[in-house]
Design a protein. Structure first.
Length: 386
């Protein structure tokens, strides 16, 4: 049982520490300082922990409560990093409670869940007469808001029998699938020439217009009418564009950066195929059209597998606390659940409500976190003793 005041105090301490992802934002502090705070918090509790170096300013903080043997190991995950706070920097690190809401950068995504997981671990560790049979891992990882380096390192070494990923969501939802994504550059090649020599120049920006129009069609004519039943419409938006040198010259190159989703059963190759088909169409109309695709980063979608036991226990414990069974839901956003599942670890994801993720005045529901704590504690005791 977790005390509300302990939870508010711990989240407030974590919110005050800058752990802005240092890959995403160049002056972000990364996870080193927040990891030190948590090490100091864990030290008097007689819980094993270690820090895992990931990259400059990026660290994982991993704790373990060893079981007495004969049970199943379970990993509870939350991430230590946050996005930036340019639009509200004067108040982002000042936690504030109003009613049920705790405001502050990362309060919901994901420091409220880091704090909750630590308090659940402490609560279980304190009851030494009730040692678990299986190991309980707490993975507070780096770089979720960047390229997921923290999760990639962690799953290489630790292989629990199941994992619960804590990320904000309406309490009562259990996420069983989410989209994958690609960050892709499309490069249209033109030919530089004097602006008054159209017979020599090839206008890469005008041709990029042809590409963008067809991508937009793909979005509203193919993706929009065919949403995944849980994950919704396949993600697509343009992100950045650059090209050309000056008013008087045909632009030799235009680069468009996009974000595009993949659904379970698909890979980034399906999206590359969509883009190649667009190139082919344009080339039929304009034979001097020339373009290429450059995948900067791609992550596969998540579909939970092998989770029957964890689902049954989690669903029963949710029912005990909320008075109703959980809903299996999907998400259009990507998170580290996909990497855990790909490593062969049966994975489910849940969390407490909040709003304004990655935006000013992010908040988390304190009462939902408390209920989530009860659900997690019950689930851990049963799963690890199976
Ligand atoms: Zn998150």
């Amino acid at each position: 049982m977790i005390q509300t005041s302990d939870l508010i105090n711990l989240i407030s301490d974590l919110v005050q520490i800058n752990s802005i992802n240092s890959w995403l934002i160049s002056d972000g502090h990364g996870e080193a300082e927040i990891a030190t705070y948590i090490e100091n918090w864990l030290s008097p509790l007689n819980i094993e922990f270690y820090r895992e170096f990931i990259a400059d300013r990026q660290v994982n903080l991993v704790a373990r409560l060893p079981g007495k043997g004969g049970g199943k190991s379970l990993c509870i995950y939350a991430h230590l990093d946050t996005v930036g706070c340019e639009l509200w920097k004067e108040r982002a690190f000042l936690p504030r409670v109003e009613g049920d809401r705790l405001y502050g950068l990362g309060s919901a995504d994901d420091k409220g869940h880091c704090a909750l997981a630590l308090l659940v671990l402490k609560s279980i560790a304190m009851q030494s007469n009730e040692l678990l049979n299986g190991d309980l891992w707490l993975a507070l990882l780096a770089d979720e808001e960047g390229t997921s380096n923290g999760a990639q390192q962690f799953i290489k070494k630790v292989k629990p029998k199941a994992a619960i990923i804590l990320e904000p969501n309406a309490l009562g939802n259990i996420v069983v699938t989410h989209q994958g994504f690609g960050w892709i550059d499309i490069i249209v090649k033109g030919k530089a020439a004097h602006g008054s020599a159209p017979e020599l120049g090839i206008d890469s920006i005008a041709y990029m217009g042809e590409v963008i129009t067809r991508l937009h069609h793909l979005d509203y004519q193919v993706f929009a009418p065919n949403p995944h039943p849980l994950n919704g419409k396949t993600v697509f938006h343009t992100s950045m564009i650059k090209g050309g040198t000056d008013y008087a010259t045909y632009p030799a190159e235009c680069i468009l950066s996009i974000e595009i989703g993949t659904q379970p059963g698909e890979t980034i190759n399906d999206r590359i195929q969509n883009i190649e088909t667009i190139f082919h169409e344009i080339r039929t109309k304009f034979p001097d059209f020339s373009a290429e695709v450059n995948v900067k980063l791609a992550r596969d979608p998540f579909k939970s597998q092998g989770c029957e036991l964890l689902w049954n226990i989690l669903s029963d414990e949710t029912n005990k606390i909320l008075g109703e069974l959980p809903n299996a839901v999907g998400e259009n956003a990507w998170c580290d659940a996909a990497l855990f599942q790909q490593a062969g670890i049966p994975t489910l994801m849940m969390g407490a409500s909040g709003e304004n993720f990655h935006a000013p005045d992010e908040w988390v529901s304190i009462s939902e976190l408390i209920k989530l704590g009860d659900i997690l504690e019950g689930t851990i005791r049963r799963f690890c003793n199976e």
